[in-house]
Design a protein around this ligand. Structure first.
Ligand code: BG6
Length: 466
């Protein structure tokens, strides 16, 4: 039996987001965001036609949910403020009901010994700003800075750990390259501008935070290590480096080192894709780097040299590489993502060696599975042994990286309780706690939730198979 002890004070918990959990009730004063709008217009784009209004009702059930977090071992929990709930038009009037809700919710967490980690932006652009171009428009950067300041003023006494964005590459990829989220564009010039504005907005929020508050502020990035098909093949290696520049280093370098990678700038310049900037921007990015890095890890990216013709609707990032399907890879068949546990170690070692060993934590990791009702046993509980194995196998590598000096402070699962997820709605369930939509969102702790409580209480992973 092997035991893996984690450092004292390790953060055990999970992550979620406002738009995926809160839901809407009549008279709550929330404004529309791009997902509310898109669902109204094209419900068929959402799995089973289930939209954001069917999120897991945290707005009304948060007291019960905080108790369930306690019962599943949380000492920390991350969610996000919905910009469109707090400031319904994106700029201007603050919604007093939102202030009351968030203050009560955060206080409930604090009163139960769970530290709230609060993120400002999780893909949920207010519709009134999207109508003016969203992240394409420089005015959104200004509006976001103001929104961030408002959040710090209203909740800074309760919240001491903040994040500027969750996975800022997702609005770039999903909204402006691969037509997965509204506004469903495939336009690399726009994608670069959106990413640039997000990076600048993040630095402005960091600046505003450090001016007035005394906690920590970071960013949450989905770092997807790029592995070349063959490390002996220079074409594959170069292609993997380019994918890494686009999808990881664009935000990682700008947030941690305060500058964009020179190779990325060169590449964008050659392709005539450089964004519009203003004097002083780069200095703002340079001077306002993060205190803490959140790392979301689900899957690796496997890359080979470009062998197929370039996309007709290009330019696209894939003009520089092809995706490689490694034979024999282990898959999560429901989500279609490869499971490669060592990737989490590789990321932590990269951060240790190339990013000044900045304090970091695993801010998301998890396994989405369809139709988990199959695994209910006589005790009425979902026996999700696959999830326990998934988390344990990743945690062993987190432990190893810590042993080797990585400054990793915690592990958060995606997610606490099954929640609504963008176009996938409730297709893939990720939670420690199930949510029964047919029974008004009834919550039941899964086997993994009880297992996680023991792990958190003992601060030790026990592997009975070894
Ligand atoms: C993460 C996002 O990347 O993936 C979450 O931060 C999302 O918002 C999660 O829910 C799972 O995605 P999906 O599409 O499988 O539900």
């Amino acid at each position: 039996m092997m035991q893996y002890k984690f450092p004292d004070g390790f953060w055990w918990g999970s992550a979620a987001s406002g738009p995926q959990t809160e839901g809407r009730v009549p008279g709550d004063g929330k404004g529309e965001n791009i997902f509310d709008y898109w669902y109204e217009k094209e419900p068929e784009k959402f799995f089973d036609h289930v939209g954001p209004n069917k999120a897991s009702q945290v707005y009304t059930k948060y007291k019960e949910d905080v108790q369930l977090m306690k019962q599943t071992g949380h000492n920390t929990f991350r969610t996000s403020i919905q910009w469109s709930r707090l400031i319904p038009e994106g700029t201007g009037e603050v919604n007093p009901k939102a202030v009351e809700f968030y203050r009560d919710y955060f206080q409930e967490l604090l009163d139960n010994g769970i530290e709230p980690f609060i993120n400002l932006y999780h893909f949920d652009m207010p519709m009134s700003l999207q109508n003016e171009g969203g992240w394409l428009n420089r005015k959104t950067v200004e509006a976001y800075e103001k929104y961030a300041e408002t959040c710090f003023e209203l909740f800074g006494d309760q919240v001491k750990t903040w994040f500027t964005h969750n996975e800022p590459i997702v609005p770039v990829e999903a909204g402006y390259l691969y037509k997965l989220h509204y506004p469903e564009e495939a336009n690399m010039k726009h994608a670069v501008q959106v990413g640039y504005h997000e990076a600048l907005a993040s630095a402005l929020a960091v600046r505003a935070y450090h001016k007035s508050q005394n906690g920590k502020i970071g960013i949450i990035l989905n770092l997807t290590p790029s592995y070349p098909r063959d490390i002996e093949n220079p074409g594959d290696v170069k292609a993997a480096k380019i994918a890494d520049l686009f999808f990881n280093r664009s935000f990682l370098d700008s947030a941690v080192k305060g500058e964009f990678p020179k190779e990325l700038i060169e590449l964008l310049k050659e392709a005539d894709l450089l964004p519009e900037t203003q004097e002083g921007d780069l200095q703002i990015i340079k001077d306002n780097t993060i205190d803490l890095l959140g790392i979301n890890y689900y899957q690796p990216r496997r890359i080979k040299d470009k062998e197929t013709p370039k996309a007709e609707n290009g330019p696209m990032p894939e003009d520089y590489f092809d995706v490689y399907e490694m034979p024999g890879r282990k898959m999560n068949p429901y989500r279609g993502w490869e499971i490669y546990e060592k990737g989490i170690y590789d990321i932590l070692i990269n951060v240790r060696d190339n990013y000044g060993n900045i304090p970091c934590f695993i801010s998301e990791n998890g396994m989405g599975v369809e139709n988990e009702g199959r695994f209910i046993q006589e005790d009425g509980m979902i026996h999700d042994d696959y999830r326990i194995e998934f988390v344990a196998e990743h945690l062993k590598f987190v432990h190893q990286a810590i042993q080797e000096g990585a400054d990793c402070l915690g592990y958060h699962m995606w997610t606490c309780m099954d929640n609504w997820s963008w176009t996938n709605a409730y297709k893939n369930r990720y939670g420690f706690i199930s949510v029964d939509l047919a029974e008004d969102g009834k919550r039941t702790i899964k086997k993994s939730g009880h297992w996680f409580k023991q792990l958190a209480d003992t601060n030790t992973l026990t592997d009975k198979t070894e």
